[in-house]
Design a protein around this ligand. Structure first.
Ligand SMILES: Cc1cc2nc3c(=O)[nH]c(=O)nc-3n(C[C@H](O)[C@H](O)[C@H](O)COP(=O)(O)OP(=O)(O)OC[C@H]3O[C@@H](n4cnc5c(N)ncnc54)[C@H](O)[C@@H]3O)c2cc1C
Length: 421
């Protein structure tokens, strides 16, 4: 079924009310709820944006439709549902910028392509340059972005204050504020909608999306993958791809593979809603934290990862305190706002800060490890993972993101927006 043939559902307020009272009777399912088949050409482990996207691109671009996505919980309930939705391409290393720029280009078209409103919006991001090391890294980043045609601007403190009227440069900052680097094309998109859009379209092309189906083992015959063991029985597969952010080391271990990653919690929180006063995403690079205002008016605030390995999907208060102090230094007027909600996810932190999309020593088993900032890369990483599965070799855009970089010492160090490397 193509995009144009999918049913478009239109609701007025009255029809919503009627459906609510009838407990959704008559609503169409967005995707089927199939029983797992005994065998698939490809099994993807992990029903987040990366796994669902890989299944979608396998079906759409490579004609591989006998595919199952196995999700141990509910679809999109992992980090896909927990991130703060920022999408940008301001990176320092040459392989990173075209990869992230490509992902942004895919995002701009994704609502149309999936016939599903992902609420993609251009917001702009200003990273505050706090200290000379940050300014030096930002200058290098700007040069790399310039080479690859990405849009950026280096601005001074007065220009930040002009673009963000609520901001007054602090009189006695803890770190010297030297200016900012702005990416006007940085975006935000609705995270759940991205997973649902991919799922609906993949399902319409024949992909089986199987929830409540935990993978507990990887089957092999010699050095070739032959399928998976799951809580719902054995499933054979010609190829197996993994996209399980936060659990990469656990699943890879089932295949006898050790990945160069560490699991760390990352948390974020939102304030009570207030009238719109902030249209940019602000990053306080020296403090490793960021803030923006959601469409609902809440301030969305996030900080660095908790500095220890953990699978607990909750963060600790010292980070909240540290980040709140940083935000209040820049915006003292927010001191009396109330915190509304707080949550966390667990991330596979890759040693060099870049994603891993790669073949592995086990033939037919591939991995997509999103790393710390994998919402922004979702469409591109998924598309490249699908390419890798279909062609048995990496697309040139991800040649530098293979596992072999850790053996060859060709790491792609990215410190993210904290400019700390
Ligand atoms: C607080 C927070 C803020 C963030 N902010 C941003 C941001 O602003 N921008 C950005 O780019 N990124 C951000 N990220 C990172 C981003 O959320 C992730 O990198 C991205 O969502 C990873 O997507 P995924 O599909 O790989 O993983 P997930 O959405 O986590 O999907 C993986 C799925 O695999 C399933 N799974 C695990 N083990 C098994 C198993 N054995 N069998 C079957 N299924 C299994 C899980 O249940 C999960 O649903 C943030 C993350 C957090 C936690």
């Amino acid at each position: 079924m193509g995009v144009e043939e999918l049913p478009v559902q239109r609701f007025s307020f009255l029809s919503l009310l009627r459906n609510a009272l009838r407990y959704r009777k008559g609503w169409q399912r967005m995707w089927r709820n199939p029983e797992p088949k005994r065998r698939y050409d490809v099994v993807i482990i992990g029903g987040g944006g990366h796994g669902l996207g890989a299944a979608y691109y396998l079906a759409k671009e490579h004609g591989v439709r006998n595919v199952a996505v196995l999700e141990r919980g509910w679809l999109g309930g992992g980090n896909t549902a927990r991130n703060t939705m920022t999408i940008r391409s301001n990176y320092v290393r040459p392989p990173s910028v075209p990869f992230h720029e490509g992902s942004m280009a895919l995002y701009r078209e994704l609502s149309r392509e999936l016939n599903y409103n992902l609420m993609v919006g251009r917001r702009g991001m200003i990273a505050f340059l706090q200290g000379t090391a940050a300014a030096r890294t930002a200058a290098r980043m700007a040069n790399t972005m310039h080479v690859y045609g990405a849009n950026y601007e280096l601005i001074d403190v007065e220009e930040i204050a002009r673009r963000v009227p609520a901001f007054r440069p602090p009189a006695r900052p803890r770190l010297p504020l030297l200016g900012g680097v702005c990416q006007p094309d940085a975006m935000m998109a609705r995270h759940d909608a991205m997973a649902w859009g991919f799922a609906r379209m993949a399902d319409s092309m024949g992909v089986d999306i199987i929830q409540n189906c935990e993978v507990t083992g990887i089957r092999r015959d010699g050095n070739r993958v032959t399928g998976v063991e799951t809580g719902r029985g054995r499933i054979d597969a010609g190829k197996v791809g993994m996209a399980v952010a936060g659990h990469g080391s656990v699943v890879a271990e089932m295949a006898g593979i050790r990945l160069p990653i560490e699991v760390q919690p990352l948390q974020a929180w939102v304030s009570e809603p207030v009238k719109p006063f902030l249209d940019q995403i602000l990053v306080f690079s020296g403090y490793g934290c960021y803030m923006m205002q959601s469409d609902k008016g809440e301030l969305v605030i996030g900080g660095p990862t908790d500095p220890y390995p953990s699978y607990a999907q909750r963060g600790t208060f010292p980070i909240v305190e540290q980040v709140t102090a940083a935000v209040l230094e820049m915006f003292p007027a927010l001191a009396r706002m109330k915190l509304l909600r707080h949550w966390a996810g667990v991330l596979d932190i890759v040693y060099d800060g870049s994603p891993i999309i790669s073949r592995t020593p086990l033939d037919g088993f591939s991995v997509d490890v999103a790393g710390a900032g994998g919402f922004k890369t979702t469409p591109m990483a998924a598309r490249m993972h699908a390419w890798l599965i279909a062609n048995d070799e990496p697309h040139e855009l991800i040649r530098d993101f293979g596992l072999d970089r850790f053996e060859r010492g060709r790491l792609v160090f990215e410190g993210g927006v904290s400019f700390n490397r």
